[in-house]
Design a binder for this molecule. Structure first.
Ligand code: PGA
Length: 273
């Protein structure tokens, strides 16, 4: 039985005081109410120390939103896996579509030259995954997802298979069962346009079967696959009750304690509580 994992991706939101206030509100709603569900928040790097302090004694975990693949050195502006661990993180998001330069809501002034700033690609995601696994102690959440034009061209499954295979290139079989993936259709991120639950479940199944082709059935059964993209309190139950959806990666709705707590409450494990 795969344990549901609900993660809040705060993106570039929140000064330290905001992080402290949000965690206080979250703990008021969630402490003692997360049995059977894994819950974590991923604040901006600058708020990690505040978040770690405020989460002491709570079952809510802490994650980084990205990392670099080197441990240290002349890489101005980058953050290594061991720095995340030092900041109290036990999770890290890898390959989110935004650092890949693939936006659900395109910014009009993001010219191709500007878009190069958002430089993640399949090869860097793979390097980052290897670095995270080598460092140990961090649970990676590997994001995959198609853009609207890729979906309209009928390429959803091939994009998902390609991204999943590339992320896993050279990853040792013993590391695979513990991995978490997030299927995040780019067109559903921050747009309010959620992927229909049956289709989200089907594509999460594509991630799982791709893992199965590479590593066998028991690895495929073990990996957890979240859905992300406009998950809200009112659609969470439909999504989370699907067989291939093992959790949610929540952006906008994770910034409101009541909404995030309602999504956690929608986890199948919480339904009988
Ligand atoms: P959203 O973002 O919930 O605001 O659509 C999800 C994500 O990008 O992880």
């Amino acid at each position: 039985m795969r344990k549901t994992i609900i993660a809040g991706n705060w993106k570039m939101n929140g000064l330290r005081a905001d992080a402290a206030a949000l965690i206080t509100d979250l703990r008021a709603k969630l402490d003692g109410n997360t049995d059977g569900v894994e819950v974590l928040v991923c604040p901006p790097f600058t708020a990690l120390a505040t978040a770690e302090e405020r989460l002491k004694g709570s079952a809510i975990g802490l994650g980084g939103q990205n990392t670099f693949w080197k441990e240290k050195g002349a890489y101005t502006g980058q953050i290594s896996p061991s720095m995340l661990k030092d900041a109290g993180c036990t999770y890290v998001i890898l390959g989110h579509s935004e650092p890949r330069g693939r936006f659900g809501v395109p910014e009009p002034d993001f010219t191709p030259e500007i878009l190069a700033h958002f430089g993640d690609c399949d090869a860097t995601v793979n390097r980052k995954l290897k670095a995270v696994l080598a460092a140990g102690g961090l649970q990676p959440i590997i994001c995959v997802g198609e853009t609207l034009s890729e979906r309209q061209a009928g390429n959803t499954d091939s994009v998902i298979q390609t991204q999943t295979r590339a992320a896993l290139d050279g990853i040792a079989p013993e590391s695979v069962p513990a991995l978490v993936f997030a299927y995040e259709p780019v067109w559903a991120i921050g747009t309010g346009e959620v992927c229909e639950a049956g289709e989200a479940d089907r594509v999460c199944g594509v991630v799982r079967s791709t893992v199965g082709e590479l590593y066998g059935e028991s690895a495929a059964d073990a990996v957890r696959v979240q859905y992300g993209g406009s998950v809200k309190a009112d659609n969470a139950l439909d999504l989370l009750s699907r067989p291939n959806i093992d959790g949610a990666l929540v952006g906008g709705a994770s910034l409101k304690a009541g909404d995030f707590a309602a999504i956690v409450a929608a986890a199948p494990e919480r339904q009988s509580v």
